[in-house]
Design a protein around this ligand. Structure first.
Ligand code: ADP
Length: 397
């Protein structure tokens, strides 16, 4: 029985794919098709350390997936239907309907379609990716893995917003949380690194990438997370504001006459690190900060302060904490950020070992001193492997 899985991540104008073994995590090839629907699209197919690039118009998702399949034919490896155990799809929003990954058929596709109002920016592309893959791989099980599913274990008091009843019941307004596949992967590997059973491990996990969120995880189950109805809430991100007084919308509308869509766009695309410093890439922010740029310096400080606040809040939520875990491009690579976010917390049992923190590495590692009350870990995430693993779990029953 093969354990080979094709993982697809269909975004608003891009399709990322990777072919890997769901058991070992070994990747055979990966690639992306960008700027779908625009004048000029780009396909990059990476295999065996070589990157094959092609530039041409890519009309839609079907064209994108067909282009990817042609790249597999041309540059390898071969992905005949019979060699695939499953196609695993990242789906952003599963609402409160999906707490587990599911095998998708036409009926289920309609259910995922019904969730589009909750994630108008993400779910339409995810659904289209599923439809196209079902057409092009009719004989292969298609499995949807939801970003929200991991957080369906949150208790009612954590996911409920203090808003009127009809908002919560008829309009499904509540905290859902995202980055679920990353949290599932990272919490298992963090427990392994600590030498503890995941069921007996309490973690604050900080997923700091272009999008960023924090989660309080007790015994391998999410009990709170910083993203809410949408991925806008919580930490400062590359281009998203994170937490904000909800009255800012009304204020901007009254004062500037901005429409809701304009405000939504500005908070999702023009805020966060970009709004504060002009740069949305954290490496660029740290470079400018080191060169004395005061905007970049403020951006760094606001970012680190927000992370620190969530660590404190989730420590209190968990009561007992075994480790703070950093992942995502920023969490994995920025020793400066880890130091700024966790400095001066010795009274809480949280300490960094400066040499361990400064050392770089691609492996999961401990960056706190030996014997620390609360360990601090860096655990590189692998969402593709987690999607492949979960897809195999569904297929194997
Ligand atoms: P995505 O959320 O798109 O998967 P990543 O997890 O790759 O993104 O994180 C991207 C972020 O990580 C960017 O802001 C990037 O600048 C930051 N980053 C990557 N490498 C470093 C580094 N060496 N130091 C600081 N930040 C880094």
């Amino acid at each position: 029985m093969t354990s080979r899985v094709l993982v697809l991540n269909a975004g608003s104008s891009s399709l990322k794919y990777s072919l890997l073994d769901g058991v070992s995590g070994a990747a055979e090839a990966s690639g992306s098709v960008e700027r779908i629907g625009e004048e000029r699209g780009t396909l990059v197919h990476s295999v065996g350390g070589h990157h094959h690039t092609e530039e041409r118009r890519v009309a839609d998702f079907e064209d994108a997936l067909r282009s990817a399949l042609r790249a597999f034919e041309r540059h390898g490896p071969s992905i005949d239907e019979s060699t695939l155990a499953a196609v695993g799809h990242r789906v952003v929003h599963g609402g409160d309907l999906f707490a587990e990954p599911v095998r998708v058929d036409d009926r289920l596709l309609d259910t995922i379609d019904d969730l589009i109002p909750l994630a108008p920016l993400h779910n339409p592309a995810n659904v289209e990716g599923l439809r196209v893959a079902m057409r092009l791989f009719p004989g292969v099980p298609q499995v949807a893995v939801f970003d929200t599913a991991f957080h369906q274990t949150m208790p009612e008091h954590a996911y409920t917003y203090a808003v009127p009843l009809t908002w919560r019941t008829e309009h499904r307004i509540r905290r859902y949380g995202f980055h679920g596949t990353s949290y599932a992967y990272v919490s298992r590997h963090a427990a392994e690194l600590l030498g503890r059973a995941v069921e007996d491990t309490n973690l604050v996990v900080l997923h700091l990438g272009n999008g960023a969120s924090a989660a309080a995880i007790r015994g391998g189950r999410s009990i709170d997370t910083s993203m809410g109805l949408t991925p806008l809430e919580g930490l400062v991100m590359g281009t998203r504001s994170g937490d904000l007084d909800p009255a800012v919308h009304a204020h901007l509308h009254r004062e500037l006459g901005w429409s809701i869509d304009e405000i939504d766009r500005a908070l999702n695309r023009e805020s966060g690190l970009r709004g504060l410093s002009g740069a949305n890439d954290f490496r660029e922010v740290t470079r400018r900060r080191a060169a004395g740029d005061t905007d970049a310096s403020l951006a760094f400080d606001v970012y680190a302060y927000r992370v620190r606040k969530y660590v404190g809040a989730y420590y209190a939520v968990l009561g007992e904490l075994h480790a703070v875990v950093f992942t995502g491009g920023i969490g994995q690579h920025s020793a400066e950020l880890r130091a700024a976010a966790l400095g001066g917390l010795s009274m809480l049992g949280i300490d960094l070992d400066p040499d361990r923190n400064d050392a770089s590495g691609a492996q999961a590692r401990v960056v706190s001193p030996d014997g620390a009350q609360v360990a601090v870990l860096v655990v590189p995430t692998n969402e593709e492997w987690e999607i492949a693993r979960q897809a195999l779990g569904v297929v194997d029953g």
